[in-house]
Write a protein that binds this ligand. Sequence first.
Ligand code: NAI
Ligand code: CS2
Length: 498
Amino acid sequence: MYQEPSFQAFCDADDVIKTDYSRATLQTKIVHLGFGAFHRAHQAVFTDLANQEADPSWGIFGINLFRKGPLTEQFCAQDNQAVLLEKAGQETTKRLVRSFTGAMNVEDQGIQAALAKLCEPAVAIVSLTVTEKGYCLTPEGRINRDNELIAADLKNPQAPRSAIGLIGEALRLRKTLKLPAFTVMSCDNIPENGGKTKAAVLEYAMLLDPELASWIEQEVTFPSTMVDRIVPAMSDASFDEIERETGVRDPFGLISESFKQWVVEDQFCSGRPNWHLAGVMMVNDVLPYEEMKLRMLNGSHSFLAYVGGLCGHDYIYQCMQDALLKDITLALMINEQAPSLSSQLDVDLKQYAELLIARFSNQSIKHQTAQIAMDGSQKLPPRVIDSILTLVSKPCYESAQAPRILLLLLAGWMHFIQGKHRPDFQLIDPEAQTLNALLAVDDDKKCASLLQFKAVFSDAFIAHQDLVQQITHFYYAIDEQGIRAVLDGFVPLLRSPK
Ligand code: NAI
Ligand code: CS2
């Protein structure tokens, strides 16, 4: 296979970590929807490592539903391989990721080409990283029939536009063609991502064809997964960095941290790679891991995105150089998120929190607070609201113990989405229209208006008047004194023993 000479030189270099199984054995057994940064630096690496250990037949074909550009040709020019720099502080590992068989954009090659891929007989797993909004669910976890994509797919199911519609139609075709079903595996940061994906696919199928729904119920498995690796969106500067360090300007190149973790429910109806030989934890129940990671890591990330963003920090590592913000983040993890976890894992949560602080402090990882701040309407319920509701439902709970840092986070978000902290601010959220409508009131009414935003402030939450009062207090304190003064007010709290 022809490769760009610079790419070939990278592949041949001695300091590049790479597997050495024959790629001629790869078949497309996994089709991945949402061929973004995260999948390529996480599941693709674990699959590459598993192929090296045993049965190197597990190839991944990537599909983007909503991106345009010459993806297939560019990826082909480097024989469907990609550069990954894994950064641990000053140390960099240069890795070649070899588990791909190809990729396509639906917007360029059409939905029928995507359906044909999902219907190849060897396909055993369809995995997804399509962001939280890609599942088109209501806050209650039902398929959202008002979602533009779902509404269009229900009218025209044979040419679907949503990920759920694509999976539904591919499964219908496989049933008709008497092909075996595939496993549907969500790798997005959603609690019980397997159960939620199953609910979305089954409900969608039920609306179209109850017989298909019952076939899916019997034949298809939907394992939940906990995924973890910090993989920032690429920028011109990070492509330059890869080129400086490797000599290759790889449009698929990525920079990630060195840490990676994957916990997967072992329910695969048509087989799976030997991920357990590559460090993946295969378990019966992922929920405790998902909850720990979502609340402690992602909850803290959202805190830093909004509160750190209001402080003027562009990157997560800069938030960690801000001593008070770093201390409050650790307190958030240990004092508020850890006690909210429903089941105790055999994990020392204090050590876990300290490891997270160390990971966030990695200056080689340019993770923008603005990237994490996106789609807050989807992220806040599992990362923040669920924790607060768990804490306040404990029999020993008293208002004086309200989780103040989580409540500050919510007040911070309410300011952040108004964008007064940045002249170039743009609200990126699938609910941006509703949020902007709620914000179209006088300044002294904005807080009360946003508290009516049901996707975040559910009825169960609003029923706790003490929480509403505390958020309102923080909201006006940020307005009147500024975010730094509000953070200074946390110093005595950090000193008090817990
Ligand atoms: P990305 O922006 O590189 O890729 C996102 C992908 O989702 C793109 O392929 C895009 O076309 C697709 N997408 C967006 N909206 C969609 C929709 N409505 N329907 C179908 N596809 C849609 O982002 P990245 O970094 O790959 O992250 C994707 C997801 O992976 C995150 O939302 C998160 O759930 C999960 N994740 C990301 C981590 C990271 O550090 N980047 C780490 C852990 C999980
Ligand atoms: C981040 C996550 O973008 C976000 O919302 O919190 O993508 C985070 O980087 C990963 O979950 C880390 O595994």
